[in-house]
Design a protein around this ligand. Structure first.
Ligand SMILES: [Zn+2]
Length: 288
């Protein structure tokens, strides 16, 4: 299948009370690994890259690899640009073939966030691309976006409703207590807030900072309306640790076709575990 927009996929997920796992990939092997995981579990999939990875690899390289992967399967797969703050990169990615983009204007006051999101909505609507926006500020570090604890703030349910109404944005990432990176303790998720936001807006909600969130918290968040769960850091660690293991045992190894094999497998296994947590295995058929 060709890459598809994630709008409908996520609406179906929210109605069906499951979430689509969205994985940040940085190499061809990581991309192949998450696709293989989706194939094995008959799962819909969102492949995503941050702006840093777009700059590192080139949006066309990423889009072509994702298109090739999607064409080889009969699964609904979307390619998403994660946490983008600038319009030129968004346009570049849509031109390259991304089917979903996030405009992160959460660092601006409400009105400016609305304005910037509306601008991206205009661009995206013309090309049938999904748009995700953020309200409140998710803490932690994502690429070059750093939000310390004091500046992280949770999304207000009434503002969420007003934001969706004013922008028409089809997917919303409200800050509800998760953070990017690795948690020091148990994440302090405000489930009551998720419920109030889900009651206030009917669009699918996105859980950022999904790495390291315990299984029961993911289940609870998904049951309340989170229809997309982002996993980045954990995947990167699994990939890198597997490569480190190879070199610890075999410091003479110099063939990427060998040391990438366990790294790819580690990513695939972790992706499958996260898909099971999200409840998306077997859901590809209802989206075809
Ligand atoms: Zn995020």
């Amino acid at each position: 299948m060709a890459l598809i927009s994630s709008t409908e996929m996520l609406q179906v997920a929210r109605r069906g009370k499951f979430a689509v796992a969205a994985f940040n990939v940085h190499t061809l092997e990581m991309l192949q690994a998450v696709v293989e995981a989706a194939v094995e579990l008959e799962s819909p999939l969102i492949i995503q890259s941050t702006v840093g990875t777009v700059k590192h690899l080139g949006p066309d390289y990423i889009a072509h690899a994702a298109k090739t992967a999607a064409d080889r399967t009969n699964l609904p797969i979307a390619l998403h640009l994660d946490h983008c703050t600038d319009f030129p990169t968004i346009i570049q990615c849509i031109r390259a073939g991304y089917t979903s983009v996030m405009i992160d204007a959460s660092m601006f006051p409400f009105e400016e966030n609305v304005e910037r999101t509306c601008k991206v909505m205009e661009i995206a609507r013309a090309s049938g691309v999904n748009v995700e926006a953020e309200l409140g500020k998710v803490g932690g570090v994502e690429d070059n976006i750093v939000v310390d604890e004091h500046h992280a703030s949770l999304a207000d349910p009434e503002e969420c409703a007003r934001f969706v109404e004013l922008t028409g944005v089809p997917t919303l990432a409200p800050a509800i207590g998760t953070a990017h990176g690795i948690y020091k303790g148990r994440p302090n998720i405000d489930f009551d807030r998720i419920k109030r936001i889900a009651d206030a807006v009917s669009v699918p909600l996105v859980l950022h900072g999904g790495s390291g969130v315990p299984a029961e918290q993911i289940h609870q968040a998904v049951a309340l309306g989170m229809a997309k769960v982002n996993i980045a850091t954990e995947l990167r660690i699994a990939f890198s640790d597997a490569i480190k293991d190879v070199f610890t045992g075999h410091p003479e190894e110099n063939d990427p076709r060998k040391y990438m094999v366990p790294a790819k497998e580690a990513v695939k296994q972790l992706a499958m575990e996260k898909m099971r947590l999200c409840g998306c295995p077997g859901k590809a058929s209802i989206l075809r």
